[in-house]
Design a protein around this ligand. Structure first.
Ligand SMILES: NC(=O)c1ccc[n+]([C@@H]2O[C@H](COP(=O)([O-])OP(=O)(O)OC[C@H]3O[C@@H](n4cnc5c(N)ncnc54)[C@H](OP(=O)(O)O)[C@@H]3O)[C@@H](O)[C@H]2O)c1
Length: 395
């Protein structure tokens, strides 16, 4: 139901008020095996490459200008972009550019069947897509659900299945034993299905981070949600209101509480003399939709929890896998993920963000994720942007 309600709320807010975005808080505070998802992403990338025309790109930048006329993101050098697109196009004729980009710097994540990537909530829509993308790259996955069912129709030597209820600390700990990476794609399934937000999105996230540290898992990627640090934002309030009968009160509060617990657990590990081997990435998508991937050229990645509109689950999954496989390059960072097109509808109402915090459009997913600011640097450099809201809950 949440799948239906949140996009609906997002759509209504975006279309009716042009304001499904945050305002003001800033001032206060085996590549040959192409699954449908990869084929779809390739199609999108090809389309982006085919569509590339520096002359036509210019209006897009204008549409992404702030109301005061300042440019929201730096327009890429047209020559460089043209060259990159040409490389992209030629690469596509030889193999999957997604797979090549993602496995660069992967540091062995998922390469050994004894050390698979563990997906928590693999039966969910994003979890399943992440599973498909990883196995399409010839990487090993342990796809977990509460009942241990197979989530893919097709057999693959790269995927095995197991049960894992993330609300149970010892169960998560066992499931993550030997993992080379973890994707947290779970979320409350609702009171009727035995899971409220407090148990799954908060306690479950805390259990996961604790287990990742105990089991020395190199990398955790957690799916959270946009606007979680902005309790005054319409999207935050509306989500809590509309889903409370299904997932319990304070859904968004428990989402940010889960995020905060993850950051705290990793910070404590560092302070205790951990060698910084273990890292996390937290992704805050806007309202999820079931449409095909738009591709990296049409995605908007930002930091500071200011921008939120909508994004396809395919793109969320592709970025999630990329963030995982980039290893240390994306350690200790939190970012929002949206479609440029969705934000354009309400761009005039957005607060300004330093250009360092906005990455809009890139030739590859890997480049989209380049140059992110760590959470500790965000606090130090941008104290007026970061809102340290941790959820109005009883801990
Ligand atoms: N929907 C949106 O618009 C939106 C917006 C922003 C962010 N997000 C976040 O994005 C992520 C992915 O969303 P989605 O729509 O792909 O999710 P989804 O389809 O609702 O899947 C969530 C999965 O979590 C699993 N789960 C529930 N309780 C669990 C437990 N105790 N242990 C293990 N797994 C459990 C569910 O398993 P069962 O199948 O067994 O119930 C379900 O398969 C979630 O974190 C969500 O909160 C969603």
């Amino acid at each position: 139901m949440f799948r239906l309600l949140v996009p609906l709320v997002g759509t209504l807010l975006c279309h009716s008020s042009n304001s499904f975005v945050l305002r003001s808080p800033i001032s206060t505070g085996n590549t040959g095996c192409h699954s449908p998802i990869v084929t779809s992403a390739l199609r999108q990338q090809k389309q982006a490459a085919d569509d590339w025309d520096p002359q036509q790109q210019e209006p897009t930048d204008q549409e992404l200008s702030h109301s005061d006329g300042s440019i929201l993101f730096k327009r890429r050098d047209a020559m460089t972009a043209s060259r990159d697109c040409a490389i992209l196009l030629s690469t596509m004729l030889l193999g999957s550019p997604l797979a090549e980009a993602a496995t660069d710097g992967a540091a062995g994540i998922g390469a050994d069947p004894k050390h698979p990537v563990v997906i928590l909530g693999a039966g969910g829509q994003c979890g399943k897509l992440c599973t498909q993308i990883l196995i399409s790259k010839g990487l090993y996955v342990l796809a977990t659900t509460r009942d241990g069912r197979a989530v893919l129709k097709e057999d693959s030597p790269f995927v095995t299945y197991a049960s894992c209820d993330i609300t149970k600390e010892t169960v998560v700990n066992q499931a993550l034993s030997g993992a080379s990476g973890v994707i947290f794609a779970a979320s409350a399934s609702g009171k009727a299905k035995g899971g409220v937000a407090r148990d799954v999105d908060y306690i479950g996230a805390m259990n996961t981070a604790t287990a990742c540290i105990q089991q020395k898992v190199p990398k955790l990627v957690l799916l959270s949600a946009g606007t979680v640090t902005r309790p005054d934002a319409p999207a935050f309030k509306q989500t809590n209101y509309f889903v409370k009968d299904y997932f319990g009160e304070k859904f968004m509060d428990y989402k940010i509480a889960g995020e905060s617990a993850v950051r705290d657990i990793y910070a404590a590990q560092k302070q205790q003399g951990g060698k910084g081997q273990l890292g996390y990435t937290i992704i805050r998508p806007g309202a999820l939709n079931g449409r095909p991937s738009k591709g990296p050229a049409k995605l908007h990645l930002s930091q500071g929890d200011i921008y939120s509109s909508e994004i396809s689950r395919e793109d969320v999954a592709l970025v999630t896998v990329e963030a995982l496989l980039k290893g240390k390059d994306t350690d200790f960072v939190t970012f929002e993920l949206n479609q440029i097109g969705g934000l354009k509808k309400c761009i005039a109402s957005l607060d300004d963000l330093p250009s360092e915090l906005v990455h809009a459009g890139a030739p590859t997913f890997s480049e989209l994720l380049g140059g992110l600011v760590t959470d500790s640097d965000m606090k130090a450099k941008y104290p007026n942007v970061v809102n340290d809201f941790r959820g109005d809950i009883v801990r």
